[in-house]
Design a protein. Structure first.
Lengths: 79, 601
């Protein structure tokens, strides 16, 4: 099934080369978890503190559905 | 001075007579106010009579360091500059980094107190204990870059320099004082320098700082902070994305004001995505004593010319970009560079321009009134001429130079479209999207200052508990807590970004205890914060501010952001009683006698 992933900060470089502005659509297995997707993208453990699915903060064991939007946030508050 | 970290004295300079001297830093002031912002609050409250003209001879400029400044405590390369603001008439402290702050302490001073007015333009030169005023007529009229370059060549090795540009010289109420391209900042401190004919300050210090903790314990404590920052995953994000990392995220969650706050989401922010800005970066930089490196030098081309300048920061990018509906990154970089060289606050400049744009959009300003400049939203080509005319106070630029509120008052309409609080233009965080930010903007002493309580950390990132970002429930307590805890960062002085890098209140307390040798606990962090916020409020009360000034522009209570599916509006007055109760102010927002007694004010 398809999910959307948006990565920010330095992690945006971990997306496939054809992605633009830190966003990509990924094909994942049915019942894939957030953690599995982040493993596949090679997001290190320390980068997984602020992950949302459809705007809700979630844990890595959360099971994904078709069309879910995963966002990995790097929490730097600008000035 | 019985505590470590301090130099024990301020340098005093009377520009009217040229006399210089020193003033001993009181032990009690160090205990109660710590330094930086705290010193500025206490000293300006004590020294300024109510209702003086901020651009008149009675205003005082205070440079203030903190006990940690210039030591091995990480991120302590910043200095605070305090004045009564010509923009807001409130007390106002601005901060700049780079390499200036440490030199003031190494020269032997906790800060500088500047009074009076010089008859002719001068540069204040501080070379350890050799202090003098140098004729600045040769650089008066020159921009901040050229002025600093000339002084650097004339004075020689080791001086760190700051200067105002033409905007400050022309008394523009949104003018800055610049050290390289670091800006202090909001509230028009640059105009106060201009009113005193103080063009520049150059400082070189060769001394050291005695700390109040045994050497090994001190170094170990500093190393602990350093290691925490180095290990934090946000640090590489600063190196890669600079300070703009969260702009795209804020936009996605309908929290990024667009077109003068008419909406809270821009249709396209791809042009300011981390990856896009990174293409222009040539090298990264940091302030003195900082291991984060959020700064960078960029190269870009516009109008057939190549430029090399500092990378845009978050707020500047927003204020000149999405706030104005502009999507042209080189145009933003050019505008930012011009603001830095002319000595103008990018945020207030952007806010004044976006006001003019909304007025144009609504047919409330004609092209005749704007000297033929096209203030349509999205017109990138208006930024440079608008900024130049503001710094020079020419034509319509003279109105914009006063800030959006005063510009509206001068044309006699459109004040409801001036997105400001107490005269200070708002910032890149949408109040309707983060109600805590809205409440903070309404109640912070110098107006809509986004750096006095960054509630987004709680409302969006889940730090400090679970908050509904749209609801006002719990926000008075959250805002008070964060307004208080932010004071320690502004007083030590450390960089605000340490909040994102794993330094919590317990560690800030340690950053106070280590250099001073004071016993300083988490509870002390909050008490000192309460005291500083309360003194700032007393200053403003003396200036005639009332409960009516603790509010946002009417738009937020009246309209939801069109892009917000939840159609949220925000009326901060609904919780103002609760906020005042949290603060121990009375129903008019005046600090109670019991509070003043508890805080020893």
């Amino acid at each position: 099934m398809r999910v959307e992933v948006a990565l920010f900060g330095q992690y945006s470089r971990l997306l496939p080369p054809e992605s633009k502005n830190g966003r990509a659509a990924l094909e994942v297995d049915q019942a894939a978890t957030v953690g599995r997707v982040l493993d596949r993208l090679q997001i290190p453990p320390e980068g997984r503190t602020y992950v949302t699915v459809n705007d809700k903060h979630v844990g890595q064991e959360t099971v994904l559905s078709e069309g879910d939007e995963i966002r990995v946030i790097v929490p730097l508050g600008g000035g | 001075m019985k505590y470590g970290g301090y130099m024990g004295k301020f340098l005093t300079v009377d520009l009217s007579t040229g006399a210089t001297g020193t003033w001993d830093t009181p032990d009690e002031m160090a205990e109660k106010y710590l330094g930086g912002r705290g010193f500025i609050a206490k000293m300006l409250y004590d020294r300024l009579a109510p209702k003086i003209d901020p651009l008149g001879p009675e205003n005082v400029i205070i440079f203030a360091t903190g006990p940690a400044t210039g030591t091995l405590v990480p991120t302590t390369g910043r200095i605070a500059i305090g004045v009564k603001s010509p923009l807001t008439n409130t007390i106002s402290a601005s901060y700049l980094g780079g390499h200036f702050a440490g030199q003031v302490k190494y020269a032997g001073y906790d800060g500088i107190i500047i009074t009076g007015v010089s008859p002719t333009p001068v540069t204040l030169v501080i070379d350890d204990d050799r202090v003098g005023l140098r004729d600045a007529s040769g650089i008066w009229g020159k921009d901040t870059k050229e002025s600093q370059d000339i002084l650097r060549a004339e004075l020689g090795e080791g001086f760190e320099i700051g200067a105002i540009g033409p905007a400050g010289e022309n008394l523009v109420p949104i003018a800055t004082f610049m050290h390289v391209q670091r800006a202090a900042g909001r509230g028009g401190s640059g105009a106060v320098f201009g009113s005193k004919k103080l063009k520049a300050v150059a400082v070189r210090g060769t001394g050291g700082i005695s700390v109040g903790t045994p050497a090994e314990e001190f170094i170990q404590g500093c190393k602990e902070m350093h290691d925490i920052i180095m290990a934090n995953p946000v640090r590489p994000a600063f190196r890669y994305a600079g300070t703009t990392g969260m702009l795209p995220v804020m936009n996605e969650v309908v929290g990024l004001p667009y077109m003068n706050h008419q909406d809270d989401k821009a249709p396209d922010v791809s042009f300011i995505h981390n990856e896009e800005i990174y293409k222009y970066v040539d090298k990264i930089e940091s302030c003195a004593g900082c291991n984060v490196f959020c700064g960078a030098v960029v190269e870009f081309e516009r109008g057939g010319k190549r430029y090399r300048t500092e990378r845009l920061d978050h707020e500047s990018t927003w204020a000149l970009g999405p706030n104005c509906g502009i999507v042209d990154l080189p145009a933003l970089m050019e505008a930012n560079m011009l603001c830095d060289y002319l000595g103008l606050d990018t945020m207030s400049a952007g806010g004044a321009i976006s006001w003019a744009m909304e007025m144009t959009q609504r047919g409330l300003l004609s092209k005749e009134e704007t000297d033929g400049l096209d203030f349509s939203f999205g017109n990138a080509d208006v930024l440079a001429p608008a900024i130049r005319s503001m710094a020079a106070r020419q034509g319509f630029g003279d109105l914009l130079a006063r800030g959006s509120r005063e510009a509206a008052r001068l044309v006699g309409r459109g004040e409801e479209y001036a997105m400001q609080v107490k005269g200070l233009e708002m910032s890149a965080y949408a109040p309707r999207g983060f109600t805590g930010m809205g409440l903070s903007f309404a109640t912070t002493s110098r107006g809509a200052d986004h750096n006095k309580a960054f509630t987004v950390a709680a409302e969006f990132l889940g730090v400090l508990g679970n908050y509904d970002r749209y609801a006002l429930e719990g926000k008075p307590h959250l805002v008070k807590t964060m307004q208080d805890s932010t004071c320690i960062i502004d007083s030590l002085i450390m960089c605000m970004f340490t909040v994102d890098l794993g330094i919590g209140i317990d560690l800030y307390a340690k950053c106070a205890a280590l250099p001073t040798g004071m016993r300083f606990t988490e509870a002390d962090v909050y008490t000192v914060g309460e005291r500083i916020n309360t003194v700032e409020r007393l200053f403003n009360m003396n200036e005639g501010f009332t409960r009516a000034d603790d509010n946002l522009p009417p738009r937020f209570a009246r309209e939801a952001a069109p892009s917000d599916p939840g159609h949220h509006t925000l009326d901060v007055t609904a919780v103002m009683d609760e906020y005042y109760a949290e603060r121990e102010y009375d129903s008019e927002g005046v600090p109670t006698p019991a509070l003043l007694e508890r805080l020893g004010i």
